[in-house]
Design a protein around this ligand. Structure first.
Ligand code: F6P
Length: 343
């Protein structure tokens, strides 16, 4: 069996761990693997590389993806790109494609399976943890740990200068990273896309804490957080091939508002792509390895049109269409627990 592997969308720590698990399992079963370079772009343009056991040695600890990634969407110019993808799958002699991605990349995989009969096994990934099909995605735990470490550092300088530190996290339209990291660092306030920003309450909490003797503050804000009746803040008007705007800038807006309303010196730090870089946490390596093994198992059993996922601690498989249908916003019970401290 000849298996193609593809990593698409934004990268995240754990992708190499998942690649290692799939390749080692398939090769040990007598199959072969081909790496598709730079996500769907690799199949549009015919870019691939060999993937042998030695290529995957030691990569479990490496961030990013040895295959490269892109946000290429072959259905953006379907007349041109869809036939290229199908021709390249044939030219490479692929029996199945293991697609590792978020909702966009997996959505493309589903269309190729549904409309063109491509045999697909999907594996979900994203630092945002916003895929409804799985309890947690690998990449998320590492991102939360990176934010936690960054805020632990920012706290000391905030304290020295008696400042409010506004830390903007990624997460797109979900507040998972902001909420989990905010709880981990005992932030004074956490702002997530799922709950409109209540500026008077935020200011009130910061003022009361100052009056009680705490001379600095930490506010965590997710990039997708919004003021009531206002849209998300974006870095540029351009949209990507999947129709997404580039989020960012809410932290800087808050910095101005907080400083103006409280008189406390305030600084904003946008953590950006640092959250996606570097080695995966042990948790993400384990989760990625378990998902990779399960995906390889589906490939060996020829159970195509499926996706592996984490459900209640177990790795399960579900139909691919279920996996790409719904976004998972932050479970507000976590936010309620965090908000118990906003006093
Ligand atoms: O989906 C992962 C993510 O890191 C989001 O949190 C963020 O909004 C986006 O990707 C950034 O995308 P890019 O790497 O294309 O700037």
């Amino acid at each position: 069996m000849n298996v193609g592997l593809l990593t698409g969308g934004g990268d995240c720590p754990g992708l190499n761990a998942v690649i290692r698990a799939v390749v080692q399992r398939i090769v040990n079963e007598g199959g072969s693997c081909v790496g598709i370079v730079e996500g769907w772009r690799g199949l549009v343009q015919g870019m691939s590389r060999p993937l042998n056991l030695c290529d995957t040695d030691g990569i479990v600890a490496r961030g990013g993806t040895i295959l490269g990634a892109s946000r290429t969407n072959p259905f953006k110019s379907p007349d041109r790109d869809v036939p290229s993808v199908l021709a390249n799958v044939k030219a490479l002699g692929l029996d199945v494609l293991v697609v590792i991605g978020g909702d966009d990349t997996l959505g493309v995989a589903y269309r190729f399976q549904k409309d063109f009969g491509l045999p697909i096994v999907g594996i979900p990934k994203t630092i945002d943890n916003d895929l409804a099909v799985t309890d947690f995605t690998f990449g998320f735990d590492t991102a939360v740990n990176i934010v936690t470490e960054a805020v632990d550092r920012l706290r000391t300088t905030a304290e020295s200068h008696r400042r409010i530190m506004v830390v903007e996290t990624m997460g797109r339209h979900s507040g998972w990273i902001a909420c989990f990291a905010g709880i981990a660092v005992a932030a004074d306030y956490i702002l997530v896309p799922e709950v409109p920003i209540d500026l008077p309450h935020l200011v009130d909490v910061l003022r009361r804490r100052r009056a009680a003797g705490k001379n600095y503050g930490v506010v965590i804000v997710a990039e997708g957080a919004r003021f009531p009746d206002k849209g998300v803040v974006t870095l540029e008007a351009e949209i990507d091939p999947f129709g997404h705007v580039r989020l960012g800038g809410i932290g800087a807006l808050l910095e101005q508002r907080i400083e103006k309303l409280t008189g406390f010196e305030t600084r904003c730090v946008i953590l950006g792509h640092i959250q996606r870089g570097g080695p995966p946490s042990a948790y993400d390596r384990v989760l990625a390895t378990r998902l990779g093994l399960a995906a390889a198992h589906l490939v060996i059993r020829k159970k195509f049109g499926t996706l592996v996922a984490l459900s209640g601690g177990q790795i399960v498989d579900v139909p691919l269409d279920e996996g790409v249908s719904a976004t998972k916003t932050l479970d507000l019970s976590y936010y309620d627990e965090a908000a118990a401290f906003f006093r």
